[in-house]
Design a protein around this ligand. Sequence first.
Ligand SMILES: *Cc1c(COP(=O)(O)O)cnc(C)c1O
Length: 757
Amino acid sequence: MKLDYSYQEISSLFIKSSIKSDEIITSITYDSRTISVGNGILFFALKGSFRDGHDFIEEAYSKGVRHFVVQDPSKLEPLSNAKGIIVKDSFVALQTLAAHHRSRFSYPIVAIIGSHGKTTVKEWLGELLSTSKSVVKSPKSYNSRLGVALSLLELHSNAEIGIIEASITEPGDMEVIHHMIQPTHGILTSISTNKSKQFVSQVEYIKELSSLFANTTYSIHPDSISLENGIPINIEQFPLIKAIPFTDSIHQQNAVLAANMAIELGVDHETVSQQLGNLEALASRLEVFEGINDSIILNDSYNLDLESLAHALDYQLANSQQKNRIIVVGLSKKDSEREDQIQTIIDSYQPITTYFHYYGSDFKESFENASILFKGERSVRLEQIARSFKRMQHQTFLEVNLRNIRKNIHLYKSALQKGTQLLCMVKASSYGSNAKKMGVFLEQIGINYLGVAYPNEGVELREAGVKIPILVMNCELDQFSQCVAHNLEPAIFSLRHLDAFIRELIVLDKMSYPIHIKIETGMNRLGFHEEDVSALIQQLQSQPEVLVKSVYSHLAESDIENSNYTKRQIALFEKITQQLEAVLPLPFLRHILNSEGIVNYPNAQFDMARLGIGMYGISSQNTWKSKLEPAISWYSVVSQVNRLSAGETIGYGRSYTCEKDMEIATIPVGYADGFSRALGNGIGGVYINNNYCPTVGNVCMDMIMIDVTNLNIKESDQVEIIGPNQQVEVLAKAMNTIPYEVMTRFSSRIHRVFIEQ
Ligand SMILES: *Cc1c(COP(=O)(O)O)cnc(C)c1O
C-alpha cells in the first residue's frame, strides 16, 4: 500500500472540523501484528466479533504508530504524541476512506463477483492484461467488505486498470460494496445453489449480487445465468475457445470470461489467444507445511505481484512466532530494477533475510528453525524448491482448512448472544487435527478459553506459546502440581478431588488459584451431585486457596432438539448455579452447551459455550450443517495398479476372489492410520477422480486394495478418503461409528497440511 495523504485530509473525511496537521499517511492497518515500522501508518481500531482493535492500540504505539482512528479515545490518552480521529464506527470510516481513495482514479475498475471462480478469473484476467497494461488487483481472495476496502487502498496512479474481487454474505452488503468500488466493468462468474445462506431466496441473492453492475459500462456473465443487467456470454461459442488449455467446463468458463473482458479492455485478439495458452489451474492459496530442521514453509509461489507480496509478508510476520524469517524470491531472470522494488517492500519487514533465485539455477541454501516464504513468478516453478524443504512423511496427508474453521467459528459466534464467551475444545490433538497449531490459531482469532482433557495436553499448548486460559477437564490427583506449574485451570468434580487440590495449593503456597466446578446434571459421568452442593459451598467458602472461575455441566443428548431430558438438565444446572451465586463472593462464568447445544438450545447459553466438533464443519442438524464449511480432508495416492485375472485372490486371508479380470489399486493407508478394518471387503471405499472405488479384501495395517476396474486410474493419482465426495460423517457411518471417533483415530504418522488463506 502506498498512500500519500496528509493526516489532515484524512481527518476531514470523517469529522467536521479537520485536524490541522501536515504529517503524511502512507498506509493503514487494523492488525497490530503486521506492523514492523509504524512510521506513516494510520491504525484503525476496529471492533470485531472477537477482538476489539482498541486493545491493540498500545502495541501499535510501541511499534511507532502515532496516528489512530478510534471509537473510544480512552486508550490513547496515556500515550504521549498519539493523535486520534474519533469516529462513531471505525469500520465505516475505513470504508469511507477506501471509497474516497477509489474516486481519485478514473481508469477502469473491474469488479468480480460470484460464488466460485472469482479468484481464478481475477488472476487470469490480470495475466491476460499484464503484457499491455499495468494492473492492480486484490491480493489473494480479499473479498469481504474489509478485503474490498483494503484492496481499493492499493490503487495507485501508475496503474491503468484495477481488478477487485467482492463477495457478499448478507443482504445489504452489496450496497456498501458498490458504493466503495464504483465499478466501471463487472464479471459475474457463477452462482451456486447453496451459497445464499443468509438470503430469503435464490432470486433475492442473485438480485443483490447483480446490483453491483448498476451504472457499469460493460458487465458480463455466463448465459446459463439469467440476469436483468449485464451481457450474457455463450461459453462454447467464444471465438478463442480453441486456445484454452482446459477441457472441463468450469475452467473453460472462467477463461472465457477473463478473455472476453481482456478484449473489451483493449488487449488484441492475438495477444489474448497466445496468453490463454499459458493459463494454468490456479493454486492461489497460501500453502503452509512443516519443513525440515524445524522450519515452516509458506509456499505462495503462484505469482509475484507487489500487492500479494506485501500480503504474504504480512501473513508471515503474524504467523512465524519465534522463527527466523526468510524470503526466497523467484525471478525468471536477473532484473535489478524489479529486485530493488521488491527489496524495498521486503525491507519494511525487517528483520528478514532475502534470497533472489533465478530460474534454472540451483538453490543450495539450508535453513534451521526458520519461517521460509517462497514467493515467485509462476514460470520459475519455485514450488518445486519449496517442496524440497518439506519434511518427508508418507504421502497420505490430512488437510486442515483453517480458513473454513475460522468461518465456522464465526458462524457459531454469530449464534451466541453478545457477551457470551467462547471456549474451544482442543482435546485429543484437537479432534485429530493438531492441538498446537489449533491452539495458536484460536488464540489469534480471539476466543476466550481453550479446553483440554488432560494436563499434558495443556502443557503442550503452553509450550507452543499459548497464553489464554486453559481449562483441564480431567486432572488426576498427582497431576495438580503440573497444572499449577503451567498455569492450567483444573475442573474439580468431587469433594475428594477439591480437597486434594487445596492441599497441593497449600504446599505450593498459592492463593486464589482458578478452578472450574463440574456439576453432574444427568450425564452421570463426572461432577458434583445436587446433594453435594452444600458441602461444596462450605469448602469453597472456607478455603481461599481456590477461586471459582466457572461452573459447568455437560448435556447428554444435545443433538436432540427439544428434549425433555435436556431441559431438566438445564433447569437443574440453573438451580445449582443460583445456589452457588448466592454465596460465592465473586461472580463466575456458567456454561453447559457444546457444539450441538449451541444450535439446539440457544436459551441455555448462560455466560459461555464450549465449541468442539462444530469448528470442523460437522453437525447432525441439517440446516445448520449446510451453513458450515467442511474443514477436514484426507488424501493419499495410488502406489500401484495391478491387473488381476478372474480367480485370483486379494490380501490377507484371501477374503476376495476376482470374479472377472480386474484392475486393483493399492493405497498406502491402513487401519494403523485410522482407516478402520471394518471398512474392508467393500463395506467402505475411497474416491479417485470423483469415482467411488470400494475396498476389496481385508484392510491391512498400512495398506488397502480397491477396485478401479475400467476407471483408467494411474499410479500416483490422488485418492480422496475424506473430502468433497466423502465427508467425515459418511465415512463414520460406513465405519459404524461417529465423526468424533473417525477424527480422533487419525494416526500421528499422517502428516497434517494446513490451509491458511
Ligand atoms: C468434548 C467436550 C465438548 C465439546 O463437544 P463437541 O460435541 O465436540 O462440541 C464440550 N464440553 C465437554 C465437557 C466436552 O468434553
